[in-house]
Write a protein that binds this ligand. Structure first.
Ligand code: NAP
Length: 325
């Protein structure tokens, strides 16, 4: 089969399309024919060699994908050949193994892809939707009627968060850095959208959130830039969830104290199997009913994986980037 592989950590040019043996499913596993693979920022951190846990070289990148069951391993009974599925993480490694024509997975780490959802959209679900769900409901304990600021709403996690928050009855504010990104944020449920490049935009957000009370919840995609200012606008008893961070920042902890605020964070890979099962059950319900509709901004063939990795780290996010075998 064809797979994208990394033989040495480095810039996007280290991504090569190789001919490799097709993986066979082991006990309790299934083989998946991958129709689309999602590109997440974490794929680039791992490829560059700058990530906490690194795979043994060479490895096949990518955690997210969607496709059809192509073979069953011994004792695998949950699926039948031809079933449509999506996944995040594979049996080749939890954040690896998706950028390939075939992958293998434990049969309980796949989720049914509803008939009304395409494979590219299915590849946009895993990390972005599960992260947004866990941030909103398991870490921030967001409730209907509360106000959420999705600080960085035009990308994979942000769009998912907008759709989830609207579905569950929150008031939603979203930011983006480009005009098309802002249009996308509005189209995906934001009651109020504003550019994070505009001067004094946080004042406008605070004013828009219940006449100055501020957001109850902030989902933060770039904490090293925004965390201290988030603490200026968060409502009393508010919760800030650090999802993305690319450096260090100085904050004034007094702001946390005076508001009885909570600053928390998450790493999706820390979610328990039970939490993930709950999350994916609810996501499938939302997909089937049409309230969750992943937005695909760019589709690239495998041969263009390097460009896809460049694109996911470029400003002006517009939904999700996927690779097609
Ligand atoms: P993405 O698709 O590349 O989107 C990045 C988002 O950040 C875009 O909305 C972008 O807006 C926004 N952004 C850029 N500059 C910003 C600023 N100054 N203030 C606020 N937002 C800004 O990435 P993603 O997949 O949504 O992931 C977002 C971040 O979360 C990444 O850092 C990723 O590594 C991290 N993440 C963490 C976890 C976890 O488990 N903790 C899971 C998934 C993702 P414009 O491009 O429109 O400016």
């Amino acid at each position: 089969m064809r797979a994208i592989r990394v033989h040495q950590f480095g810039d996007p040019s280290v991504l090569t399309v190789d001919e490799v043996p097709t993986p066979e499913p082991g006990v309790g596993q299934v083989q998946v024919r991958v129709h689309a693979a999602g590109v997440n920022p974490v794929d680039t951190y791992i490829r560059s060699g700058r990530y906490g846990v690194l795979p043994t070289l060479p490895y096949i990148p990518g955690s997210d994908g969607a496709g059809t069951i192509s073979a069953l391993g011994p004792g695998a009974t949950r699926w039948k050949v031809g079933d449509r599925v999506f996944f995040h993480g594979t049996a080749l490694g939890r954040p690896y193994g998706a950028y390939a024509e075939f992958t293998v997975n434990d049969e309980d780490k796949l989720y049914p892809l509803p008939a009304n959802v395409g494979f590219a959209e299915g590849a946009a679900l895993g990390v972005p939707y599960a992260t947004a769900y866990r941030a909103l409901f398991h870490r921030a304990h967001a409730k209907a009627g509360e106000i959420v600021l999705v600080h960085g709403a035009s990308g994979g996690v942000g769009i998912a968060a907008l759709q989830l928050a609207r579905w569950k009855g929150l008031r939603v504010i979203g930011t983006a850095g480009s005009a098309p990104g802002l249009d996308l944020v509005r189209a995906n449920g934001a009651h109020f959208a504003i550019s994070h490049k505009e001067a004094l935009y946080l004042d406008q957000i605070k004013a828009a959130a219940d006449q100055g009370r501020g957001p109850d919840v902030i989902l933060e995609m770039l904490a090293n830039v925004n965390l201290d200012q988030d603490l200026d606008i968060i409502a009393s008893y508010g919760r800030i969830v650090v999802i993305g961070n690319r450096g260090r920042i100085e904050i004034d902890p007094r702001k946390i104290m005076t508001r009885d605020a909570v600053v928390t964070g998450l790493t999706l890979w820390n979610a328990s199997q039970e939490d993930l099962a709950t999350i994916y059950r609810d996501l499938v319900t939302g997909l089937e009913s049409g309230v969750l509709v992943p937005v695909i901004g760019q589709e690239w063939p495998f041969a263009e994986a390097a460009r896809a990795h460049d694109a996911v780290m470029t400003q002006g996010a517009y939904g999700k980037i996927v690779l097609l075998p």
